[in-house]
Design a protein around this ligand. Structure first.
Ligand code: UDP
Ligand code: 7WV
Length: 453
């Protein structure tokens, strides 16, 4: 048995928050560890496991825990607060059982890598004498704002003057994470993001899915306060360093998808002629906003591929059709963004989508909705300068004229500038995760520490 244990240098158990944007980056981080000789298992919820029936992963073992809602998952909960409370209780208990079952076997867990949204992961790890490392799925700048609030160094609600935080560009209220600008909007989620720091001092490592070169100033500032290891981008190796065989897709999609009609449609379109529109897995737009988007896309000159999730479909204007466009319920986003036909990405600026656009060198039109997205959009426009952010009108809507204006700006008028700037970030991100790059060195450091301990 000892031999088997030695074959892999350590066994990490990764516990993502059960949403699309949190599972994928952690799964990718696991694949990266496996490629470096570490065993990795990913704990998804019973609900996700039974609804998805995921294919076995070539690299990472899938195991299951409970979120307390084995039948309905998040939609089975009465409130966000109830979901989070039950996730903690049922999650801690089932995670403990998973760990205990493996003690003394060739599968013994060495370290629990838990989503920073789930700080109770550390308690479970410690109970069994294991190492624990939080994994932050959001940008370091966002994490730092929450960190300052948690430590009382920055107070909410923020009044109107712009705020200056060391390591970050000057931020207007609308550039801050939405929960900070309007603390009353989602109290349970605000608590979730602030609670990321409750036991940070007890951890030996803090893993962050970002790239040092994208946020060097804030990473340097925050590193003085806690031991950060930037390890991103957690995008399949095929699109970055291409060192890991068979790592081209995320592989764990919470939505059913048939890529063929989409890739076929894209293949008939001229180079850089298509606007890819998606707001990720969670955002819910108002019916009025979906209408403005529809008319804006229709009035523009460009082809568009628009992801409208099944739950959002009813908000499309009745009978809306446009021969320039293709509307789908979900897309193979990496394949789409890497397609020659794509000219720009009209996105909510979720952190994964933002990293994906940067790695593919695709110019961005940011239309942030909530949570960390406004800050990501700020960086897109003012730090990386790879695109623009839409302006919201007095009614809180992004009107069709504004949409057409932004499309013209990014698809034509300022296209060269955005492409040119984008090349730099794309290059830096690929170098970071390639052998000897900033993220690669940090991942090696993490492994060395967990293997030695
Ligand atoms: N995604 C996808 N197909 C879609 C829309 C999104 O594969 O039609 C993927 C996307 O590539 C990204 C993730 O879903 O990896 C969404 O994560 P993000 O952080 O951008 O946003 P969230 O869904 O968490 O708001
Ligand atoms: C899922 C649930 C809640 C939040 C997020 C994802 C996120 O912003 O990453 Br606050």
């Amino acid at each position: 048995m000892a031999n088997i244990t030695q074959k892999h240098r350590a066994h990490i158990l990764a516990v993502p928050y059960p949403s699309q944007g949190h599972i994928c980056p952690m799964l990718q981080f696991c694949r990266r560890l496996v490629s470096k000789g570490v065993k990795a298992s990913l704990a998804i919820t019973n609900h996700i496991s039974t609804t998805l029936n995921p294919e076995p992963d070539d690299h990472v073992s899938l195991v299951t825990i409970s979120d307390g809602y084995d039948d309905g998952g998040f939609s089975g909960a009465d409130s966000v607060a109830a979901y989070l409370a039950n996730l903690e209780v049922a999650g801690s208990q089932s995670l403990g059982i998973l760990i205990e079952e493996r003690v003394g076997t060739s599968d013994t867990i060495t370290c629990v890598v838990y989503d920073a949204f789930l700080p109770w992961g550390l308690n479970v790890a410690k109970k069994y004498g294991l190492l624990g490392a939080p994994f932050f799925t959001q940008a370091c700048g966002v994490n730092y704002v929450y960190y300052l609030i948690y430590h009382g160094k920055f107070t909410m609600p923020v009044s109107s003057p712009p705020v200056d935080i060391q390591g970050l560009p000057t931020l207007d209220v609308g550039d801050l994470p939405s929960f900070v600008g309007s603390p009353e909007s989602y109290p349970a989620y605000l608590e979730l993001v602030l609670n990321q720091y409750t036991n940070l001092g007890d951890t030996d490592f803090v893993l962050v899915n970002t790239v040092y070169e994208l946020e060097d100033e804030v990473v340097d500032v925050m590193s003085k306060e806690c031991p950060l290891l930037t390890i991103g981008p957690t995008i399949p190796s095929f699109y970055v360093d291409n060192r890991i065989p068979h790592d081209k897709e995320y592989g764990l999609s919470l939505y059913p998808i048939d890529p063929t009609p989409i890739t076929n449609w894209l293949s008939t379109k001229p180079s850089k002629s298509v606007v890819y529109v998606s707001f990720g897995s969670m955002a819910c737009l108002t019916k009025a906003q979906v209408g403005e988007l529809a008319w804006g896309l229709q009035q523009s000159k460009y082809h568009f591929l628009w992801v409208v999730r099944a739950s959002e479909e009813g908000k499309l204007p009745k009978g809306f059709v446009d021969e320039k466009g293709l509307i789908v319920r979900w897309s193979p986003q990496l394949e789409v963004l890497s397609s020659e036909a794509i000219g720009c990405f009209f996105t909510h600026c979720g952190w994964n989508s933002t990293l994906e656009a940067l790695v593919m060198g695709v110019p961005i039109i940011g239309m942030p909705q909530w949570t960390d997205q406004p800050m990501d959009a700020k960086f897109v426009e003012d730090v990386w300068k790879v695109g623009v952010r839409v302006k919201v009108n007095d009614e809180g809507l992004v009107g069709k004229e504004e949409i057409v204006r932004c499309l013209n700006e990014v698809m034509e008028e300022r296209r060269g500038e955005f492409i040119e700037n984008g090349k730099k970030w794309k290059h830096l991100m690929k170098i970071a995760i390639s052998k000897g790059g900033s993220s690669d060195r940090n991942i090696d450091e993490f492994i060395t520490k967990i293997v030695r301990s």
